[in-house]
Design a protein around this ligand. Structure first.
Ligand code: AKB
Length: 335
């Protein structure tokens, strides 16, 4: 795979990476802040543009990347950014996540679908591709939860999930009706030590590490035996670049591919951390909203189609991830 070859020898940079411009919209969040350097490494610093709503976050990002302060719901402002940079790919990362979405479903729909529709319309007009993450949240309680198939029942119980399924359908529609190159993955919970996630059901799997490193105990909002798919950030970044560089003639699916790297419940993650931080303590105060969401999501997905169609191949398991999280958070929080 080109990516792997290039990561092994930084001097050999294949031509496919050289000529593309990538616009990351919603760039200040958990994924965006790490996708920026990943894409800069692949495509060159001048070929990555970040767009973000919050002015303070824009200012911080501007130390590392060219930034446009943009409300992706403002179609005219969004169009002027597209006209200025003429990107080859838009990464639309604007999202109100699952738990926050339940507090204000109307806003979640407005933001999630508004940003997607604007991205798709601009991609149609200015001829670029659109990558929008979908999620395990696209599934619901009547989806088979063990080995969840690629093509299966999708009747989610959350507004976040309703947006994700609608977004998958809309993106496939823009591909078949208008020829827009839309591609997407169903991300599981993403674990990282950079920017914190905000408002998700899987956030516990990040928060727990911060508590362990700070020497605090952690109160877990998810039941001890609730399994969900998870992934360490470096694998998530490989998924983003791997899918946009995939040979389109091999893609039988587009929006969206199941991908996973590990599945665990809070009790198992606690045990993994406690083997490394023996004094660490965890208690439970289950949040009924998060519990209902977690119960409705898969225990683990079958990601065979992503493996076959574009070579998806995650490398981080729970032990390697825990070692790396603890090492990096010690540097970040205890220096
Ligand atoms: C959430 O928990 O809402 C997200 C997701 C799995 O899509 N992390």
């Amino acid at each position: 795979w080109y990516c792997t070859a290039w990561h092994q020898n930084k001097d050999i940079k294949p031509d496919i990476y050289m000529s593309k411009t990538i616009l990351i919209v919603g760039a200040g969040g958990q994924i965006g802040t790490e996708l920026i350097p990943h894409m800069q490494q692949l495509y060159g610093e001048d070929h990555v543009i970040a767009a973000e709503l919050r002015p303070q976050v824009c200012e911080k990002l501007s130390e590392k990347v060219r930034v446009e302060c943009l409300n992706a719901l403002d179609a005219r402002a969004y169009a002027s950014v597209i006209k200025k940079y003429r990107p080859d790919w838009i990464f639309n990362l604007v999202a109100v996540l699952s738990a926050t979405g339940e507090k204000d479903p109307q806003t979640a729909w407005h933001v999630n679908m508004g940003a997607l529709l604007n991205s798709l319309e601009l991609a149609r007009e200015y001829k670029c591709g659109v990558f929008t993450p979908s999620s395990i949240g696209a599934f619901g309680s009547n989806t088979p939860s063990n080995g969840t198939p690629q093509d299966t029942v999708m009747r989610p119980n959350t507004i976040y999930g309703v947006c994700k399924v609608s977004g998958e359908l809309l993106s496939d529609y823009y591909y078949s009706r208008f020829g827009v190159d839309t591609r997407s993955v169903r991300f599981p919970g993403i674990i990282s030590h950079g920017t914190l996630p905000g408002g998700g059901t899987t956030d516990y799997a990040v928060e727990i590490f911060y508590a362990a490193v700070k020497g605090e105990s952690y109160t877990c909002p998810i039941p001890h035996n609730s399994y969900m798919d998870m992934m360490y950030m470096p694998d998530a970044l490989q998924a983003c670049s791997g899918l946009i560089e995939a040979d389109p003639s091999r893609l039988k699916h587009r929006n969206s591919f199941n991908i996973t790297a590990m599945s665990f419940c809070p009790r198992e993650l606690y045990e993994v951390i406690r083997r490394r931080v023996p004094d660490f303590k965890m208690t439970y105060r289950v949040d009924p909203v998060k519990q209902a969401i977690a119960d409705s999501w898969p225990d683990y997905m079958d990601d065979a189609c992503a493996r076959e169609e574009w070579g998806w191949n995650p490398v981080w398991d729970i032990d390697a991830m825990a070692d790396d999280m603890l090492r990096n958070l010690k540097v970040k929080l205890l220096k």
